[in-house]
Design a protein around this ligand. Structure first.
Ligand code: TYD
Length: 218
């Protein structure tokens, strides 16, 4: 890209945008569900969504990136995730935030930086800029990173007995690089990230997330 990427936009006007990040098997979905239940109980309107996916177009992209048999060129893969993201933010996330709702989302651009960057073929900074361009610089108010050793994560995934998707099937060193990339991202943006040790009990983790979200809402 020749022109500079847009500066990240300030967080959501009116609403609250929370993303969950972490390696496969780190418990994002469980924690997102706990948070959704709590916020709904508090009377907030919650939109629960995910990337890739979250929209009809996004689900088509999800099918390609997760289930296509055979290779996808790394730049094509990065563009597919960014295309999904552009459509998702424009048609689902931003309208919900503009209505003053809370958006709880499994994965966002940090996933692209960690996963596509971890292949070491693509530059993480360029991947981030690509997503920021795609979304007009939109960044969440809070990103919860569930940090987990990849060996422990693999153990959890094996116990699930579900078929692996393309990314889950990558080798252990790939997942170690993903974890390191996530921790670097969190280190670079300490205000946006809440990093939690994903081996802690589910209820304790849910409590930590609630505490942070409650502070943001007040
Ligand atoms: P996820 O929906 O968490 O998988 P599951 O439903 O099986 O828990 O994520 C799907 C995969 O997509 C995951 O392995 C990470 C990968 N991914 C990327 O590589 N880049 C991205 O930008 C995103 C959003 C996901």
């Amino acid at each position: 890209m020749s022109s500079p990427a847009p500066q990240p936009a300030p967080a959501s006007p009116g609403g609250l945008w929370i993303t969950f990040e972490g390696g496969d098997g780190s418990g994002k979905t469980t924690q997102a569900t706990r948070l959704e239940e709590w916020l709904s109980g508090e009377g907030r309107t919650v939109v629960r969504t995910r990337e890739p996916g979250g929209t009809a177009v996004g689900n088509l992209v999800r099918d390609i990136v997760l289930h296509h048999r055979g290779d996808i060129a790394p730049r094509a893969e990065a563009l597919l995730y960014a295309a999904d993201r552009a459509h998702h933010v424009a048609t689902l996330v931003q309208p919900a935030l503009a209505r003053g709702e809370v958006v709880i989302q499994d994965r966002y651009l940090d996933s692209s930086v960690a996963y596509q960057g971890a292949g070491r073929v693509l530059d993480p900074g360029q991947i981030r800029d690509l997503s920021l361009w795609a979304t007009g610089g939109a960044l969440p108010d809070l990103t919860v990173l569930l940090d987990l050793d990849p060996a422990a994560a693999r153990h959890r995934l094996d116990a699930d007995d579900k078929p692996f998707d393309r990314l889950e099937a990558e080798q252990a060193d790939f997942h170690t690089r993903v974890r390191e990339a996530y921790l670097e991202l969190a280190h670079a943006e300490p205000d946006r990230f809440l990093v939690l040790d994903a081996t802690r009990p589910v209820e304790e983790l849910a409590d930590s997330v609630r505490t942070r979200v409650a502070a943001l809402l007040s």
